[in-house]
Design a protein around this ligand. Structure first.
Ligand code: NAP
Length: 525
């Protein structure tokens, strides 16, 4: 497919008029054609108007029709073939295998949400039948279901050009909830965005849906992104990126006349706690495996293990030495953009320039452009407790080991942590009591607690929580990965004493969708 550099507004393709965005191959520095001119307020207006027009029709599509639409998007993405993989590799510097895996995850995610839509559990239908003879007051017939919030803006993430971008998790869950979506493309991979955007456009057309169900805009966040979040027809937004960017847009969302939910996934350093007995038993293996997780994808994962917290001693020294040894083989991989590479270098300089921080080791420098040189540092618990800046995310393959004198100090460090996406315990049976003391603290700090794994690698499934207290996300009550993500874009509506013919299908007495309803306090089979 020939890329055109056009904005996709409903079924139209329009050349933008504002400042251009052009992808750069981060491995070579080559500028990639075409140029993508940013959208102006005109295009923002058109996309929002179409999305608003589409909303009432789209949110009442049958469960089957909406599920088929999500499956058609997946089919159309697969139909792009190798061109999608080639463009994404060129724009991101990520390996071909990684992009292929991400395409599988993206399409799998869309199909998973199709299953969720068909199941209808998300409607959460509750029926409290009328009690006309109740004394002293009769009760009317009360029925509840969930509906989509309205048009949603999605900010594509730089580090997942497919799975968290144009047709990624935020888009899939919003479309599943019955919300039209306008994507603000990430400037790092505009060509990949266009290819996927055109696939969604085709799916909208094939399924006979109103065109405003999907639009894709390019342009700067301060300009197009802010205008979209400010528009009164937009009712929620999903974001993955930096804490500064997320908070700037969150403020825009909250200062509107009608504030809206802004689901930002921002910054997390994902503490790992190697507990004493596990360290003693397998400190060497653990140190090596830790560096494997740290350097995966040049550390550009929101779940990258950026912090290790452990009790000082011989066993920790073994872990540290194994990690230092493993760093020698931690290839310097290309980072996603020159900007992210610069930010990484600055973050490492801040860490290494800190008075209380000691460098343990660095990985190979790497020969290519924007190569990520892995790094490992250490600080005492007292240093860490004294300076919250040591909790700032260094986005890339660098981690800090915080050394504690005893379990009380380790618990104090855990208490001191900001909100996280994950917290990991490395433990053996003999660590059970130490772990039991930590879990209640970690539950307050993180969205996901893992034992004897590494935080990188997020399963897309029903039980997943990819969220957590601030600053991991702007709203710790939700998840952005997994089927529960649909809840972010829904709200309940109660219908009191409506005649059956006026009720939405899902609430009718005959239960045409065969939903598992809560009727008069009892779950139907
Ligand atoms: P970013 O700079 O936050 O950009 C993400 C999106 O937000 C882009 O579309 C950007 O628009 C927009 N944006 C940024 N600042 C804005 C503002 N003040 N007002 C309105 N819109 C704004 O994130 P990034 O480009 O992906 O990477 C930069 C840094 O983000 C990384 O170095 C890393 O620290 C962090 N990051 C974290 C995660 C994570 O999962 N924790 C993931 C990716 C990145 P423009 O196109 O105009 O820039």
């Amino acid at each position: 497919m020939q890329l055109t550099g056009e904005l996709l507004i409903g079924q139209h393709a329009i050349k933008g008029t504002r400042d251009p965005v052009q992808a750069i191959n981060p491995a070579t520095g080559e500028k990639l054609e075409p140029v993508y001119n940013g959208g102006s307020s005109n295009e923002v207006e058109q996309a929002c108007a179409l999305a608003w027009q589409a909303f009432d029709q789209y949110r009442e599509t049958s469960l089957e029709d909406r599920a088929v639409f999500l499956e058609t998007v997946a089919e159309e993405i697969e139909a792009i073939g190798d061109a999608l993989v080639e463009r994404a590799v060129a724009e991101t510097g990520l390996a071909e295998g990684r992009i292929q895996g991400e395409r599988g995850r993206t399409c799998g995610q869309l199909r998973l949400f199709a299953r969720v839509v068909r199941d209808g559990g998300w409607l959460d239908v509750r029926v409290d039948p009328a009690m006309p003879d109740r004394q002293p007051m009769p009760r009317g017939d009360l029925r509840q279901r969930h509906i989509g919030l309205g048009p949603v803006v999605v900010f594509g993430a730089s580090n997942f050009p497919l799975a968290f971008s144009v047709a990624g998790g935020d888009t899939a869950s919003a479309l599943a909830a019955g919300c039209p979506v306008i994507v603000k493309a990430h400037g790092a991979h505009p060509g990949t965005s266009e290819l996927v955007g055109r696939a969604i456009q085709k799916a909208v057309s094939r399924c006979g849906l109103p065109e405003g169900v999907f639009s894709l805009l390019y342009g700067s966040g301060r300009d197009v992104g802010t205008a979209l979040v400010s528009d009164k027809r937009i009712k929620a937004a999903g974001f993955t990126g930096s804490r500064n960017g997320g908070m700037a847009l969150w403020k825009v969302a909250q200062s509107r006349d009608e504030p809206i939910p802004f689901y930002a996934e921002m910054s997390s350093i994902n503490p790992v706690f190697p507990l004493p007995e596990a360290l003693r038993a397998r400190g060497r293996d653990m140190g090596k495996a830790f560096v494997g997780s740290l350097n995966m994808g040049a550390g550009q994962f929101c779940t990258n293990p950026g912090l290790v917290i452990a009790i000082k001693g011989e066993a920790l020294e073994t872990f540290k030495q194994a990690a230092i040894d493993a760093l020698a083989d931690a290839n310097a991989q290309t980072m996603l953009t020159p900007g992210i590479s610069d930010a990484y270098r600055e973050g490492v300089e801040r860490l290494s320039g800190h008075n209380g921080v000691t460098e343990l080791g660095r990985g190979p420098v790497g020969e290519g452009m924007n190569a990520c040189q892995a790094g490992l540092y250490t600080a005492s618990a007292q240093t860490f407790l004294a300076d919250t800046a040591l909790q700032d995310e260094v986005f890339g393959a660098t981690s800090l080991i915080v050394e504690c004198v005893d379990s009380d100090e380790l618990a104090a460090v855990a208490e001191h942590l900001e909100g996280q996406l994950t917290a990991t315990l490395q433990m053996d049976d003999a660590d059970l009591e130490s772990a039991r003391a930590l879990v209640p603290i970690l539950e307050r700090k993180a969205g996901r607690i893992l034992v004897n794994g590494w935080p990188t690698g997020v399963e897309v499934c029903d039980a997943m929580v990819h969220g957590g207290p601030f600053p991991a996300t702007s709203d710790g009550r939700t998840t952005s990965v997994g089927t529960a993500a649909i809840k972010r874009f829904l709200r309940p509506v109660c219908y009191q004493s409506l005649p059956d013919a006026l009720l939405p299908e899902a609430l009718r007495e005959a239960n045409p969708y065969q939903l598992n309803r809560l009727v008069d306090g009892k779950r139907e089979d």
